[in-house]
Design a binder for this molecule. Structure first.
Ligand code: GLN
Length: 494
């Protein structure tokens, strides 16, 4: 393992540490932004975390942040450098969703989360890489090239939010936002050794998130600490009347609940999460973490989630079905690429045939099949019934426990190329993350050690809209361990 501990460099500070320094005027937002932009310039040629950067604009935002701080009016994220997964639409720069079909596409509006961060004068350092339309577990499906794992450049960073995860792990951004439909925040956070939070479905507005599976998609943060994840969640959460799936609730107060106390907290371990194909190093790291939770005073209880094995197949009906409908809008008329084919039909065929990559086409075909007449009841409707059972499993378990602990993924980051020819193996990467999306509950991955020199993620799952308890447990665990202070040694520390 090559790791460095410490916070001496600006690019390894947490956002809450930077907040203190910024407000005391011991550090300026311009300096902090320059440090992260320099990191992007030196590292991104090999890591490929970002699809687009716009340094002049980032520095202008940093100057505005410094002025605001000077007036004594700073908010939680004023002056903090943040990267946005390139499925979040932004004005003034392209939003590609990792696809050729949207190359050069500029949105006429900013996503709600972007507006909320902008209102705090946060600094955007770039739009980060993603599997095409967020479909994948490795960023190998991006049409802008794979992102490399900062801990080992021959490994994937996970996906689909591999770019924003690797950016935070490598010190290219202090925080980032991703999206999680079946694990795309938690799995790359685990693979890159950082914190990744999928909030409750409906907690964060999805207006301006390019839709994949609308009943599953949720926006959430990557961070270097649980406290930082809470800080940005407080900034982006809360009702948005322009997203009908956004829950009519105010943004939760989470930071004040991070007490660090685990005494008497009931933590469930699900017997069904002992699956085949678990790497021994991951099993050991997770078992050690559970022991340390117990040592800190938590009550560990066995729980049962009996329908777990149906989660993956149910997801691979539901998500592609919804994707096939959502992606119908990319037809060469309204957005991005348009290839004139002589007739309307030819234009559709040429634009979609050339604009979409192979995994996206596979999902559209799977989804169209599942929704087609004669199969709809057998597949889609049945999947929704199973989904209810999955949710009931969690309801029953949460009658007995406050949170559930599980591995984030069965393996550490796998080698680039290793699973490309085997979609089923790729889909298995999400066996522990998908159930939370099916049930709509929140989940967070925090680093819990290393196996073969690569980070292992520990996942906590919580009750719907109880991110406060979820993050308080995750924070208490994090602070009892050294892992959250470990950073990859990238050879050119600057
Ligand atoms: N890896 C899963 C998929 O390919 C989940 C993706 C996601 O959460 N966006 O569908």
């Amino acid at each position: 393992m090559s790791a460095v501990a410490g916070t001496d460099a600006l690019h390894w500070l947490t956002a809450s540490e930077a907040r203190t320094l910024l407000d005391k005027k011991e550090l300026s937002a311009v300096e902090l932004t320059q440090a992260h932009l320099a990191r992007i310039e030196s590292l991104d040629p090999s890591l490929n975390c970002h699809i687009s950067t716009f340094p002049d604009r980032s520095l202008a935002q940093a100057r505005a942040a410094d002025e605001r701080i000077g007036r004594g009016e700073s908010a939680g994220l004023t002056g903090i450098p943040i990267s946005l997964k390139d499925v979040l639409v932004t004005t003034g720069t392209q939003t590609t969703a990792g696809s050729q079909i949207l190359k050069g596409y500029e949105s006429p509006y900013d996503a709600t989360v972007v507006q909320r961060l902008h209102a705090q004068d946060a600094v955007f350092v770039g739009k980060s890489n993603t599997d095409e339309f967020a479909m994948g577990s490795s960023t190998e499906n991006s049409s802008y090239g794979v992102t490399r794992n900062p801990w080992n450049l021959d490994r994937v960073p996970g996906g689909s939010s591999g770019g924003p995860a690797a950016a935070v792990a490598a010190g290219e951004a202090m925080l980032s936002l991703g999206s999680d439909t079946g694990g795309s925040i938690r799995q790359p956070a685990g693979f890159c050794g950082i914190v990744g939070l999928k909030p409750t479905y409906g907690r964060v507005s999805r207006l301006g998130l390019i839709a994949f599976g609308s009943s599953l998609d949720q926006i959430g943060p990557f961070a270097r600490s649980v406290e930082d994840a809470a800080l940005i969640l407080e900034a982006i959460a809360g009702h948005d009347p322009r997203d009908s799936t956004s829950a009519p609730m105010p943004s939760p107060d989470i930071c004040s609940h991070l007490t660090g106390d685990l005494a008497g907290v009931r933590i469930g371990v699900a017997e069904e999460y002992a699956v085949d194909g678990m790497e021994p190093g991951v099993e050991t790291a997770v078992a050690t973490a559970v022991e340390s939770l117990k040592d800190a005073g938590a009550i560990i209880k066995q729980v049962s989630l009996p329908h777990t094995r149906y989660a993956l197949p149910t997801y691979y009906i539901t998500a592609p079905a919804e994707a096939s409908a959502n992606l119908a809008r990319f037809d060469g008329v309204k957005y991005g690429l348009s290839i004139d084919g002589g007739s309307l039909r030819e234009m559709y065929e040429q634009t979609r045939g050339q604009g979409f990559g192979p995994e996206v086409k596979r999902r559209i075909m799977l989804g169209t099949y599942a929704l087609s007449s004669g199969y709809y009841d057998a597949y889609y409707v049945k999947a929704q019934k199973v989904r209810t059972l999955l949710k009931q499993d969690f309801d029953a378990a949460f009658a007995d426990v406050d949170v559930i602990v599980a591995p984030t993924s069965p393996t550490v980051a796998f080698p680039i190329g290793a699973r490309l020819d085997d979609p089923y193996q790729m889909y298995l990467a999400d066996v522990f993350t998908i159930p939370a999306n099916m049930a709509g509950i929140p989940g967070v991955s925090v680093p819990c050690g290393f196996a073969d020199g690569l980070p292992v993620g520990l996942q906590f799952l919580g009750k719907a809209f109880d991110e406060a308890t979820l993050l308080s447990v995750a924070h208490a665990y994090e602070r009892s361990q050294p892992w959250w202070r470990m950073h990859p040694e990238l050879g050119n520390e600057i």
